[in-house]
Design a binder for this molecule. Structure first.
Ligand SMILES: CC(C)(COP(=O)(O)OP(=O)(O)OC[C@H]1O[C@@H](n2cnc3c(N)ncnc32)[C@H](O)[C@@H]1OP(=O)(O)O)[C@@H](O)C(=O)NCCC(=O)NCCS
Length: 466
């Protein structure tokens, strides 16, 4: 992450608390809880934002062109989020750390080699690498908050199994707003300066309750018997895997740790992250805001692509059989494009190289399931699709994204129900959206209200200009 020095009004150099090197940052306040550590960091960051705005607030950093208004605001600088930054060539960094750096630096489960999502959340919220002990405390705290209200269980139990798991997920998360600490505090007249406290509590509850919601949806729709209880001695991913019925498979549990970590956040502008931020800017509580995020994630150009990839691969496999030739795969890819459809799992609005989240999953597959026939097909498609997308000449990025790989890993371990895949993406995305909502309220982010224009106004504006 680039270091930000700002000349404060007092003439002193001020440095973002998040620009501190991890070595220094992680030595401080080892024994604090996450909330205590956050409370320490907020005042300095409020001053840092004030100083940044005082020094640079009126400066422009790039023109807005009319195509951006019609083109989905692509590349328009419009949001602030310090938790993660996406570079077109390099991919995502979480508080300045690449995925391989997170895999190396963040605490792991005993005997495990993938980072614990608890640690990633701590990093997103504080900019610091937590200790093993802090991570264990967070696992316990989430386990203690994990129960969902009976009426939410009933809502899920009454959903027809034909209702898409993402719709069920969104219903349940929205209904959690019944017990929102923030909504209650707001109704009781809380001061603006205190917003972040109850929002933090809601976000902790939200993340903690997701394994019970996801597990219940999975078992209601696909069978698998009664939901086991959360084990307070185990980590979040172990509990998530267990509630889905895969907890006795150590490799699957490791996959969940990697999966949740890499799907957690992808800077602030993607549909799910931005939707959450936008809705929460109206001071809707985190459950309402994240429910909206999930509805965006459920679109096939965003999170649902992980379902679509496996549907597409299976169709290809049933048409071409196993061990299809490169020529046959090429023809199949072209037939998808000629039918006016997208190749799911390829392309990206920001990335211009292979997604490091794809590579992390590929490394996992090479380590644990190198001979899986579907992994071999994914690897074959990886060799073939980019050249075809380049030849077709439309996609700005011909390379695979995160969704091109995740389904194959889940299917390998027996989680074959493709319609459920985006729910796991949703569980993960709660980590990034929550971190962002906490900081937005701590920094007093205002209600969002960009300006829209009519086509007639654009034409008039440029009527007499070249
Ligand atoms: C991710 C995605 C929505 C980004 O969209 P974008 O920013 O508009 O992408 P581009 O600017 O490269 O799009 C330019 C054109 O190439 C097409 N294109 C982009 N990716 C494509 C793909 N994988 N297959 C076929 N066509 C693709 C777009 O549909 C668009 O066509 P149009 O001009 O007819 O509308 C797009 O790449 C896509 O649909 N990918 C497949 C779905 C997917 O994997 N989504 C998960 C993303 S993490």
């Amino acid at each position: 992450m680039s270091t930000i020095f700002v000349r404060s009004v007092l003439g002193q150099s001020r440095r973002s608390v998040f620009a501190a090197p991890a070595r220094l940052a992680s030595t401080s306040a080892k024994q604090s809880t996450l909330k205590e550590r956050l409370a320490d960091l907020i005042p300095a960051e409020i001053e840092n934002v004030k100083a940044t705005r005082a020094a640079h607030g009126k400066k422009s950093f790039g023109p807005v062109i009319v195509d951006q208004l019609y083109g989905g605001m692509r590349g328009l600088p419009a949001l602030i989020w310090d938790g993660s930054v996406l570079d077109a060539d390099e991919g995502i960094r979480f508080r300045g750390k690449t995925i391989p750096e997170c895999q190396e630096l963040l605490p792991k489960a005993p005997g495990g080699s993938e980072p614990l999502p608890e640690a990633l959340f701590w990093l997103l919220v504080t900019g610091e690498v937590p200790t093993q002990e802090q991570v264990a405390t967070l696992s316990k705290e989430w386990a203690a908050r994990s129960a969902i209200p009976e009426f939410v269980e009933e809502i899920l139990d009454r959903c027809p199994p034909t209702l898409h798991p993402m719709s069920q997920f969104s219903l349940a998360v929205t209904a959690l707003n019944h017990d929102s600490a923030f909504a209650k505090a707001y109704a009781a007249g809380i001061s603006k300066k205190e917003y972040w406290g109850p929002v933090f509590e809601d976000c902790m509850d939200l993340i903690a309750k997701l394994p019970n919601i996801a597990g219940r949806i999975y078992r209601n729709v696909y069978g698998g018997g009664k939901l086991p209880a959360i084990d307070a001695e185990k980590d979040y991913s172990w509990n998530l895997a267990t509630l889905l019925g895969f907890g006795d498979n150590k490799e699957f549990v490791e996959l969940m740790r990697l999966y949740v970590t890499i799907h957690s956040d992808h800077e602030g502008g993607n549909v799910s992250a931005h939707t959450g931020k936008l809705v929460a800017s109206a001071l809707s509580d985190p459950f309402l805001a994240f429910g909206a995020s999930l509805n965006g994630l459920a679109g096939p150009l965003h999170g649902l692509a992980n379902q679509e990839v496996l549907v597409w691969l299976r169709k290809m496999q049933s048409k071409l059989g196993e061990n299809a030739s490169d020529e046959a795969v090429k023809e199949y890819v072209w037939s998808t494009l000629k039918a006016g459809q997208v190749v799911p799992g390829y392309g990206h609005a920001v990335l211009r190289k292979t997604d490091p989240r794809y590579m992390a999953q590929r490394e996992f597959a090479l380590k644990h399931l190198p001979d899986d026939p579907m992994f071999k097909l994914v690897a074959q498609v990886f060799k073939i699709v980019p050249d075809i997308l380049l030849a077709a000449g439309k996609a700005k990025n011909p390379w695979p994204n995160v969704d091109a790989h995740s389904g194959v890993l889940l299917a390998h371990y027996g989680l074959t129900e493709m319609q459920f895949y985006t729910v796991l993406f949703g569980v993960s995305r709660a980590f990034g959206v929550s971190a962002q909502l906490i900081w937005d309220r701590a920094l007093g982010a205002p209600i969002e209200r960009p300006k829209s224009y009519s086509t007639a106004a654009i034409q008039k504006m440029f009527a007499n200009k070249q």
